[in-house]
Design a protein around this ligand. Structure first.
Ligand SMILES: *Cc1c(COP(=O)(O)O)cnc(C)c1O
Length: 386
C-alpha cells in the first residue's frame, strides 16, 4: 500500500524477493511443469504449473497491484482471458456489450458464446439508454474504453452505477489505456480484462491476457475456471511481460506525447477528414476521459478522404509498418476493416463507422519528428501521384 505506480511496476506490492539464494534481481523463470512434495499431504504451495507457477504468480501480483485488484490471473492471450471469463456465465444468460469492441471479442461472442447459449445486445453505450436493454436474464455489462477502433469514451462510473443497481457485473477491457492511465476497479468495475500483448508487454513480442478482480468470490470462481481449462500463461512469457511492465510508465508517457503531436499533425492535413483521439479538447470523449483517467493514451484512429488514399498510406510509409496489434514501442498502422475487425459483420462495422477510409495508428516511442515525417511523405507522395 502507498507505493507509487512506477515502484509497483517493478515490485508490485510484495516485499523484497527472498526465495532465491543467489540474490537474483530479476525474478527467476521457473521453467518447470511440476513440483516435488516434501511428503504425503504436504506441498510447497506449488503442485503443477497449470495451477500455480512462481513466475506467473509474481506477474499476477504486479498486475493486481497496478489495477488495485484483489487478484489477477494471467492467461496465454487476451482472447484466452475473454474465453475463461465467458465460463462465468450459463446457457440462458444475457450480456450487454458496447457495439464498438475488439473484433476478436465480437467473433468469440457470435461464434462460440452464442452457441453455448449466451445472448448479447450490442449497443452504443455513449448514446443509448443502457437500462432499457436490461432483461431478467441479464448478468453483465461489458465495455472497452476507449473503444477499439473508434475511440469512444464510455463513462465507467455511470456504467458501474447502472450495473450495481441491477445486480450485474461490470467488466471493462482496459487494454487501450493500461492501469498506468486508468483503473476501472477503482471506478466501480468488478472485473478488468487486458490483452497483455499490448501496452503491458509493450514490445510486440509476447502474447498474454489478464483478468483482474475486485472481489475474492470472483477470484475463486475464475481460478477454478483457469486451472480447469488450462490457459494460464507460460513461465517464460510471464517473465517477458514482467520485464515489459517495468518500463510501462515511461513508455506510456512518451507514446502519449508522440500521439499528441501526431494527432495535431493529422488535424492539419487537408486529406484527413476526421481524427478520433480522446486527447483533443472540446469533445465529449475528452471530458469523460479527463474525469476517469489520468491520460489519453496513444491510440489514434483517423479517416482519410478516400479508400485509395488509405491504401496508398498503408503501402507507402517507410518507417511505420502496416501490421495489426498495438501498444508496443514500435508505431504500427492498421486497417481495421481487413485486419482487426475483418470478422465483424458488415452491418456492425458500418454502424460503428469502420469504413475502408478508416486507419488506426498505435503510436510508439520513436522520435516523433521521424514519425510525422514518415506520415507526411506518404501523404505527399499521394498528392504527387496522378
Ligand atoms: C488485442 C486485443 C484483445 C485480444 O488480445 P490478444 O492478446 O490478441 O488475444 C482484446 N481486447 C482488446 C481491446 C485488444 O486490443
Amino acid at each position: 500500500m502507498g507505493r507509487g505506480i512506477e515502484t509497483k511496476c517493478i515490485y508490485g506490492d510484495s516485499a523484497k524477493f527472498e526465495g532465491d539464494r543467489a540474490g537474483s534481481i530479476s525474478f527467476p523463470i521457473y521453467q518447470t511443469a511440476t513440483f516435488a512434495h516434501p511428503a504425503v499431504g504436504q506441498s510447497t504451495g506449488y503442485d503443477y504449473s497449470r495451477l500455480q507457477n512462481p513466475t506467473r504468480q509474481q506477474l499476477e501480483q504486479v498486475v493486481a497491484s497496478l489495477e488495485g485488484g484483489v487478484d489477477a490471473l494471467a492467461f496465454s492471450s487476451g482472447m484466452a482471458a475473454m474465453t475463461a471469463l465467458m465460463e462465468l456465465f450459463r446457457p440462458g444468460d444475457h450480456i450487454i456489450t458496447d457495439a464498438d469492441l475488439y473484433g476478436g471479442s465480437i467473433r468469440l461472442f457470435r461464434s462460440i458464446s452464442q452457441k453455448n447459449g449466451i445472448s448479447f445486445s450490442h449497443i452504443d453505450c455513449t448514446k443509448e439508454d443502457v437500462e432499457s436493454y436490461i432483461l431478467d436474464n441479464t448478468r453483465a455489462i461489458l465495455i472497452e474504453t476507449p473503444t477499439n477502433p473508434m475511440m469512444h469514451v464510455i463513462d465507467i462510473r455511470r456504467m458501474a452505477e447502472t450495473a450495481k443497481r441491477h445486480g450485474l457485473l461490470l467488466i471493462v477491457d482496459n487494454t487501450f489505456l493500461s492501469p498506468y492511465f486508468q483503473k476501472p476497479l477503482t471506478l466501480g468495475a468488478n472485473i478488468v480484462l487486458h490483452s497483455g500483448t499490448k501496452f503491458l508487454g509493450g514490445h510486440n513480442d509476447t502474447l498474454a491476457g489478464f483478468l483482474v478482480t475486485g472481489s475474492p468470490e470472483l477470484s475463486e470462481q475464475l481460478r477454478f475456471i483457469s486451472k480447469t481449462v488450462g490457459s494460464g500463461l507460460a513461465p517464460f512469457d510471464s517473465w517477458l511481460i514482467l520485464r515489459g511492465i517495468k518500463t510501462l510508465p515511461i513508455r506510456m508517457e512518451r507514446a502519449q506525447e508522440n500521439a499528441q503531436s501526431i494527432a495535431r499533425f493529422l488535424l492539419g492535413e487537408r486529406r484527413v477528414r476526421k481524427v478520433y483521439y480522446p486527447g483533443i479538447p472540446g469533445t465529449q470523449a475528452y471530458e469523460i476521459c479527463r474525469r476517469q483517467a489520468s491520460g489519453f493514451g496513444s491510440m489514434i484512429t483517423f479517416e482519410v478522404e478516400s479508400r485509395e488514399l488509405a491504401l496508398h498510406l498503408l503501402k507507402n510509409t517507410k518507417l511505420i509498418p502496416f501490421a495489426e496489434s498495438l501498444g508496443g514501442v514500435e508505431t504500427l498502422l492498421t486497417y481495421p476493416t481487413t485486419q482487426t475487425h475483418a470478422d465483424v459483420p458488415v452491418d456492425i462495422q458500418q454502424k460503428n463507422g469502420i469504413t475502408d477510409r478508416v486507419l488506426r495508428l498505435s503510436v510508439g516511442i520513436e522520435t516523433k519528428e521521424d514519425l510525422i515525417q514518415d506520415l507526411k511523405q506518404a501523404m505527399d507522395s499521394f498528392e504527387a501521384s496522378p
